[in-house]
Unconditional design. Structure first.
Lengths: 429, 419
């Protein structure tokens, strides 16, 4: 174990917790992950229906939802033909005719607003070691520059249409023809090429595109379509994040129900609240107000006044020990937090204090090839006051990505979780 | 400051500006006979410095004979040997023809060459294509039917496919690739994985747009995605193209070329024009890829690839690529220390190449022969290890021999001190 040694007295509870956590660490650090397909959400997400729209983060009432998510849900309803116009859509939601739920409760994750509807193409990643699946939608919000709500809706719908009719099927054919792609291996190489797999994914996207290219040539016989998709992959430097997130979910699913384990199984946010789940506490959400993101805006026209609070399921990356846990892998991100190389290393060292294990196959050169620190223990978070650091993008209140930086998970979530753990299993002190 | 010293300082500043101000762009891929200055049908180029056929190391001998057979200059190895001895087949360093060749550097008339133009000065430099990965390549001094067939495919298929795509692309900005690659774990000599991925990304759409034969396209793409260090040769040509404009800069003590031919190490200095200063090449310190190999099997340092160190990459920026430390059982601290050490012998830095692990300090560049001699610090080179009889057997690091710099400094004094 690394970091702080906790005062736990010997006894059957402590032993059970240790054994459960060991299992969680084993699953998080040693599972084989393979990207096997891209399919419409309705085909693969357990329990998905045409009248369901999913969002990032923990459960939240419609009235409390942030702008990007509310707008995203309405846009998705229009896209799916569930409503002819905005006001009808709003009425349908108010009448409870549409199920609005977290991606996480349907085996999926969604970046930023995370809006996932029936036709959304999702990357399908199989955890070959445990048989769990993880899914992630592919949509990436445009980088700012959109003046109005209508502009954003038009752009979203245009992109959704292209993703579900062009990129989704093209990738599906290529990935299947190739026999899938080893995501774990991809991540291991990308971490040695300046990615930390949350805010910086360019190496993974380059490697993934190269790996798929022969199969793309073999399976996509329409030259214009092929060119379109290849051009997109060349420009969308963050594309691999969707695949990485699906892989993260496939890992997290494998620890979603380990009795007695104090290991975090979910970290996510919806632009209003931050949600945590714990392996030993199953599907229970522990929720507190999300923090703001500290960082740099891509243009001087934006500032904190424009930004939404922390949003997205991409904190699944930190849940599996990447992103903020391995900032030292991506010193180029330091400029977004006015930091330095030594600060990035210190950040990883700090995460070692609240985690229980390492992914030995995911080595960070700048940390002398130490494995990524993973398996966040809620007891350590509460004991030390150190909360998970999350590298993340910053969203505009009206939609679009306008910056990048870092933020912390709120301590309150972990305090609540620890309380619930003790209520269920007994006192730890 | 004496007048000589101030002239030297001024010339070195200009050399630094010239070298770091280069804008190398890949503009074409063509057979050597069609683009390399002074190339002849009966000429085979090799890594510098100049060396007589009779004195060549094993990898060069195998590679040169291989090229002679491949080009049809001789029907058998014996015939090739005789023609080489008689001067009917010519051997010259790539460097004599504004080219660079990694390893044995074997380049002949039909070899497809990367054509790199330094847009800031109009100079061009050339390099053969990388054959890909593997221990047995002509560049490592091996030759057999399989190698010959692959070379044939590169000349007949890959070269033309790349040439069309590169021309259609309007040019691939190599400096921009290097700048990104050094922030993605490459030092651009022993590790050029990021650079190769970036090159592929820049080229893939032009490839799709221009390739007419589906099989040629498919095979070329397959090759490029597997040959994950392919772009080293492009980087080398870019380094050469960036250093060429500084050659002949009077009063400058900055190194414009370094190279090894498996027997000798050679250095060129800006203020001393075309002259090479040579001394016995050192043995490379590193790891062998198979337990059956050891230093007893190794040829001395070989290849023009230290043109990358001459330009401030490779061994000069080990801090950018901690993964390369595994070849010398080193660590990040050692890598950083080595980079800091190289600063001692350089006149400046590349503002365009920033090393994240050094809080984005610029890569040290512009080796000053005076500083090398004064400090006793010789350039550190990341490199491969070849077998005495040809073939790749390991990787590691090596120092340029002090004697080259001492000779160069002596020649510099002889030429300039009396003025």
């Amino acid at each position: 174990m690394s970091g702080v040694e906790l005062q736990t007295q010997a006894g059957p509870l402590a032993a059970r917790i240790d054994a459960a956590n060991e299992l969680a660490v084993e699953r998080l650090s040693r599972s084989a992950l393979r990207w096997i397909d891209v399919r419409p959400a309705i085909e693969v997400l357990p329990g998905m229906t045409r009248e369901t729209v999913l969002h990032a983060g923990p459960r939240i009432e419609w009235d409390r939802m942030c702008g990007p998510q509310r707008n995203g849900v309405i846009d998705a309803m229009l896209y799916e033909g569930l409503a002819p116009d905005e006001s009808t859509a709003e009425r349908m939601v108010a009448r409870g005719e549409i199920r609005i739920a977290p991606c996480h409760e349907f085996g999926a994750v969604g970046g930023m607003a995370g809006i996932t509807s029936a036709s959304s193409p999702v990357a399908v990643v199989l955890n070959e070691t445990t048989g769990d699946y993880g899914y992630s939608q592919l949509f990436q919000g445009p980088r700012g520059r959109l003046v109005s709500r209508d502009d954003y809706r038009r752009e979203s719908i245009r992109q959704w249409r292209w993703l579900d009719s062009v990129l989704g099927p093209t990738l599906s054919d290529a990935v299947r023809a190739r026999g899938g792609l080893d995501v774990r291996n991809l991540t291991a190489r990308a971490l040695q090429m300046g990615d930390e797999s949350h805010n910086r994914n360019s190496a993974a996207t380059l490697l993934l595109t190269g790996a798929l290219m022969p199969s793309l040539l073999d399976t996509c016989k329409d030259p214009a379509r092929l060119r379109d998709c290849v051009q997109y992959l060349g420009e969308a430097e963050q594309f691999a994040l969707s695949v990485s997130m699906a892989a993260g979910k496939a890992l997290a699913q494998s620890i979603r129900n380990i009795e007695y384990s104090t290991v975090v199984s979910t970290l996510c946010r919806n632009g209003v609240d931050f949600g945590v789940r714990v392996a030993g506490l199953g599907d229970a959400w522990f929720v507190a107000p999300a923090n703001r993101v500290e960082g740099l805006y891509f243009s001087s026209e934006w500032s904190d006044a424009d930004a939404v609070a922390d949003m997205g399921d991409s904190a699944i990356m930190e849940t599996i020990g990447l992103g903020g846990h391995v900032q030292a892998a991506a010193p180029a991100l330091q400029q977004f937090v006015h930091g330095s190389f030594s600060r990035a290393v210190a950040m990883s060292r700090e995460m070692e204090q609240i985690t229980l294990g390492r992914a030995n196959d995911l080595q960070i050169p700048a940390l002398d090839f130490a494995g990524a620190p993973l398996a966040t223990d809620i007891r350590r978070v509460v004991a030390t006051g150190i909360t998970p650091i999350i590298d993340t993008a910053i969203a505009h209140a009206k939609g679009g990505v306008i910056g990048a930086g870092q933020t912390r998970a709120p301590l309150a979530c972990f305090q609540q979780a620890l309380q619930a753990f003790e209520q269920r299993y007994g006192s730890l002190s | 400051m004496s007048e000589l010293k101030s002239r030297i300082e001024q010339a070195n500043r200009q050399a630094l500006e010239t070298i770091t101000g280069g804008r190398p762009v890949l503009v074409d891929v063509l057979p050597a006979i069609d683009c390399v200055p002074g190339m002849k049908p009966n000429m085979i180029l090799h890594s510098a410095p100049k060396i007589a056929w009779a004195d060549m190391c094993g990898p060069h001998r195998v590679g040169v004979i291989g090229a002679a057979l491949w080009e049809g200059l001789a029907a058998t190895a014996e015939e090739a040997d005789a023609k080489l001895a008689a001067g009917e087949i010519l051997v010259e360093p790539c460097h004599f023809h504004d080219s660079v060749g990694a390893g044995a550097g074997i380049t002949s008339a039909s070899t497809p060459m990367l054509v790199v133009e330094n847009k800031a000065f109009g100079t061009r430099a050339y390099s053969c294509l990388s054959e890909g990965g593997g221990l047995e390549l002509i560049k490592w001094g091996s030759y057999n039917d399989k190698i010959a067939a692959h070379l044939r495919w590169q000349a007949d298929v890959l070269g033309p496919v790349l040439g069309e795509a590169v021309r259609a692309s309007g040019g691939i900005d190599i400096k921009a690739i290097i700048a990104k690659a050094v922030q993605m774990g490459d030092e651009c000599h022993n590790r050029s994985i990021a650079a190769t991925s970036l090159f592929f990304r820049d080229l893939i759409v032009p490839l799709l747009d221009t390739a007419k034969d589906p099989k040629a396209l498919r095979d070329s793409v397959e090759f490029l995605t597997v040959a994950d260090q392919f772009f080293l040769h492009g980087i080398m040509a870019a380094c050469k193209a960036s250093l060429l404009p500084a050659k002949g800069l009077e009063y400058s003590t900055v190194v414009t070329a370094m190279a090894r031919n498996g027997v000798e190490f050679g250095v060129q200095v800006a203020g001393l024009g075309d002259e090479w200063f040579t001394a016995p090449a050192n043995m490379v310190d590193g790891l062998f890829f198979r337990s059956q190999w050891s230093h007893a099997d190794a040829a001395p340092d070989l290849g023009d690839s230290c043109i990358t160190e001459t330009y401030g990459l490779g061994g000069f920026i080990q801090a950018a690529a901690p993964t390369v430390q595994s070849y010398v059982r080193g660590n990040l601290a050692q890598a950083i220390a080595n980079t800091v050490e190289m600063r001692e012998i350089c006149v400046g830095v590349h503002n365009d190449f920033q090393i994240p692990n050094l809080d984005f300090a610029g890569a040290p560049v512009g080796i000053d022969i005076r500083r090398v001699v004064q400090t006793g610090i010789t350039p550190l080179i990341d490199t491969a290890i070849t077998h005495k009889q040809g073939g790749l057997i390991g990787a590691g690091q090596v120092r340029a021999p002090m004697a080259c710099f001492e000779k160069a400094l002596k020649a510099f004094s002889a030429r300039y001190a009396k003025r």
